[in-house]
Unconditional design. Sequence first.
Length: 385
Amino acid sequence: MDNIKTCKHFGLCGGCKFQDIPYQEQIKTKEQRIKGLISDYGFKTEFKPINYFPEWFYRNKMEFTFACGDGKLICGLHSKKEKRQVFNVEECRIFSKNTGVILNKLREFAANKGYSAYNKFSHKGFLRHLILRESKFTGQLMLGLVTTTEKTVDSDSLIKELLSLKLDKKISSLYWIVNDSFGDAVTFQDKKLIYGQPFIVERINGFDFRINIDSFFQTNPAGISQLYKKIEEYSPLSRESLALDLYCGAGSIGMFLARKAKFVWGVEVIKSAVEGAFANAEINNVKNISFICRDVRKFLAERELKDTIGLIMINPPRCGLSKKIKSKLLKIDAPYIFYSSCNADSLFADLRDLSSGYEPEFVESFDFFPHTSHVEVFSCLKRIT
């Protein structure tokens, strides 16, 4: 293990705790875990070899926290050893080579301006969080500085300082976000674009996707490029088929399905995501897709879809599907269900509950999250006839 280069914060940061394990060993462990779940749930199905990608600098988004320590401003992550403690991040080997340069400049800028860090106990202070997003295939950077309303950001000086940095990606977008809530999570009470364009663009297999500061987009662009390619390849759809893309987010998977289908309907409860999905379909000239802003459970309860859908695509939250949603899916009786999740436990629990109507043809893993315990799992479910 002496030749394994770990991040200088390894051991203090709990974000990727397996950095000291050779990557091929991590892959084997994840494969064994998924095979174990297949066995535990009693499925007799094919397990395809795990797909893996570059293990470093793969994430496209990180959030950092401002704090005060020993009288100095800190911008970094919470310590694994002491959750209330935030340490200065100087590099992040799973995110971006630009991390340390940007954070160092922001700490310097804030100190020179006399900006204080927000204290979540006293609810006083100015700087709260920093959001960084990086498109891997188009080389664009987006920054979001989250503050309270205690002061006003010197936007002109901040832009000048950031644009002076020598980075291997281009800063395309800078937001100032206001959050006066007492909660510790990033909340977009107000946002203002202070430099550049309102989005960055990621290019996946010929499609361009606009990513806003508050968009959800899959973490690993190299990984989703392969996953979406395979979803399109595995799809049994034809120009006579309709598809349903549940929890569609920015509409990315649905657009790949639309290459084969007659028409695709995407369903997503978050309004900004649906707006982004429409924009993505328009800029990519995908005409045979549309999106509905609705809670998935309510959408399924309101529609009579039996015998109308050729394929249902599901990429739900980590908690998986509710009993009511699974019951509705069984009643639709689509020939195929594609299910993808970053939580293998909830996926297999849902597959078990759908087993009265469907059986998994195969299970395939995609390691979107090297150096962590997480893995994306995809399964093709075929209706039992």
